[in-house]
Design a protein around this ligand. Structure first.
Ligand code: ADP
Ligand code: MG
Length: 371
C-alpha cells in the first residue's frame, strides 16, 4: 500500500466529484488539515472513515487502497493482494517476531484457583440477596518478559481479575503469587507500599502530574523506591532514549503531544523495574495511530527492558501484539491462544476466529488450557 499514491488518488477523485478539500472534510466531519494530509501522502484516513470516504468519492475500498480505479475484470485478482497489504499496513510491519523463549523463564505471576464472589442486593418489593462470581476458579501463569492479553466481553470479569492481581481487591478463594510472594496475605495497610515497589500501572488517562516536568514525573517513581539522585539520572536518560522522549524531558505534560505523554507514562511505569505492569484497556480512548504507538512501546518494554505486561483489552488489533491471550467469559478463562512464532497478521486472524468461536457458545468442545 502506497500512501502517496493513495493520497494522489483521493485528490484526483475529489476534484472529479467537484469537491474542495473543505467540502469533503465537512461531509466527513473532520478538519481540512486532515484531508490535506491524506492528499500529501502524510497520513491515512482512520478506519472508521474508509467506507464514507469511498462512498463520497464513488470508489470501492479496493480501489482506495490500490490508489487507482480497477477495471471490472481485474477486480478479483487485485482484491486479495490489496487486502493483505491493508492488514499489513494497518498492523504495522512485523519488526520483531515473537521471541524465542530463553530456557525456562522465571514465573512472575501465578494465579491458582482464584475466585471473587460479590454479594449484590437487588431492589424490589423484597430485597433479595444474589451472589455473582465475577471471577470463577481461574488459574494461569505468566513468565518473565512476556506480554499477555486478557480478552472478553464487557462484564466477563477482566477488571475484577486485574484488580485482584493489583492488590486493589481481595479474592474470595485462591492464591495469587507475584515473584513468589502470596499477595492475598498482604495486610491492607501494606498494599499501597507493595504496589509502589512491585507493580507498574498504565491508566487510560496516563495520570501524569501537570506541575512536574516529564523528567520529574518519571523520577517520582524512583524516589518512592529511595534510589539516589546520582543513579536516577542515567536510568532516565537511557530509558528515554529507548522511548524517544529524550528531547522533551524538561517540558511539562501540557507542552507535549499525546503520544509523548503516553510514552512518558510508560517510562514511569517501567523505570522502577516493577515485577509486572498492569494495563486496563490502555488503548480504549486512543485513535488507531496513538494506539499503535502505545503497543509498539509495550513491545519495546518487553523486548528491550525485560518488562512483563498484563493487558486487558477488547481490541483485536491491540491483542495481536501480545504473546499470549486469555479469553474470559462469565468469570472463567475459557481458552487461550499463544502467538508462538506467528506473524502479527496471522495471530490477528486467529484471535478473530477464537472470538467467533467463543460467541458461538460452542463450549461442548471446551478446550482445556495449559497454564
Ligand atoms: P469486565 O471488566 O470484563 O467488563 P468486571 O470485572 O467489571 O467485568 O465485572 C464482572 C462482573 O462482576 C459483572 O457482572 C459485574 O456486574 C460484577 N461486578 C464487578 N464489580 C462488582 C462489585 N463491586 N459489586 C458487585 N458486582 C460487581
Ligand atoms: Mg473492565
Amino acid at each position: 500500500m502506497n500512501q502517496i499514491r493513495i493520497g494522489a488518488f483521493i485528490s484526483q477523485r475529489r476534484k472529479a466529484k467537484g469537491l474542495t478539500q473543505s467540502q469533503l472534510a465537512e461531509k466527513l466531519g473532520i478538519t481540512d488539515k486532515a484531508v490535506s494530509k491524506w492528499e500529501n501522502g502524510r497520513s491515512m484516513p482512520d478506519l472508521s472513515l474508509f467506507m464514507p470516504l469511498c462512498a463520497l468519492l464513488d470508489i470501492t475500498l479496493n480501489e482506495l487502497f490500490a490508489g487507482e480505479c480497477i477495471p471490472e475484470g481485474k477486480l478479483k485478482d487485485k482484491a486479495d493482494e490489496v487486502l493483505m497489504s491493508v492488514i499489513t499496513n494497518w498492523l504495522g510491519q512485523d519488526k520483531c517476531e515473537s521471541r524465542e523463549c530463553a530456557a525456562e523463564p522465571q514465573t512472575v505471576l501465578e494465579v491458582v484457583n482464584v475466585s471473587k464472589q460479590y454479594e449484590t442486593v437487588s431492589a424490589g418489593c423484597e430485597a433479595e440477596n444474589h451472589s455473582v462470581f465475577a471471577v470463577n476458579d481461574v488459574s494461569f501463569q505468566i513468565p518473565h518478559g512476556s506480554f499477555v492479553g486478557i480478552m472478553g466481553a464487557s462484564g466477563s470479569g477482566k477488571t475484577t481479575l486485574l484488580n485482584l492481581i493489583a492488590t486493589i481487591d481481595k479474592p474470595t478463594n485462591g492464591i495469587i503469587r507475584i515473584s513468589g510472594q502470596n499477595i492475598v496475605d498482604i495486610p491492607e495497610e501494606d498494599a499501597a507500599e507493595f504496589r509502589r515497589r512491585h507493580l507498574g500501572f498504565i491508566f487510560q488517562e496516563y495520570n501524569l502530574l501537570e506541575t512536574l516536568t516529564i523528567y520529574e514525573n518519571i523520577a517520582l517513581a524512583l524516589t518512592i523506591k529511595e534510589i539516589s539522585k546520582e543513579k536516577i539520572h542515567p536510568m532516565i536518560q537511557s530509558l528515554s532514549e529507548k522511548l524517544d522522549i529524550s528531547a522533551i524531558l524538561d517540558k511539562f505534560p501540557y507542552e507535549v503531544s499525546g503520544g509523548q505523554r503516553l510514552r512518558c507514562a510508560c517510562a514511569r511505569a517501567i523505570v522502577a523495574d516493577p515485577d509486572i505492569i498492569l494495563a486496563d484497556e490502555p488503548t480504549g480512548a486512543l485513535d488507531s495511530h496513538a494506539a499503535r504507538q502505545l503497543l509498539d512501546t509495550f513491545s519495546i518494554l518487553c523486548r528491550e527492558c525485560g518488562a512483563t505486561i498484563l493487558m486487558v483489552t477488547h481490541d483485536v488489533m491491540a491483542a495481536s501484539y501480545c504473546d499470549r491471550i486469555l479469553f474470559m467469559k462469565d468469570g472463567e478463562i475459557r481458552t487461550a491462544l499463544n502467538r508462538d512464532r506467528k506473524s502479527k497478521q496471522t495471530f490477528f486472524a486467529d484471535i478473530l476466529k477464537k472470538i467467533e468461536w467463543m460467541e458461538g457458545e460452542r463450549y461442548d468442545v471446551f478446550e482445556v488450557i495449559n497454564p
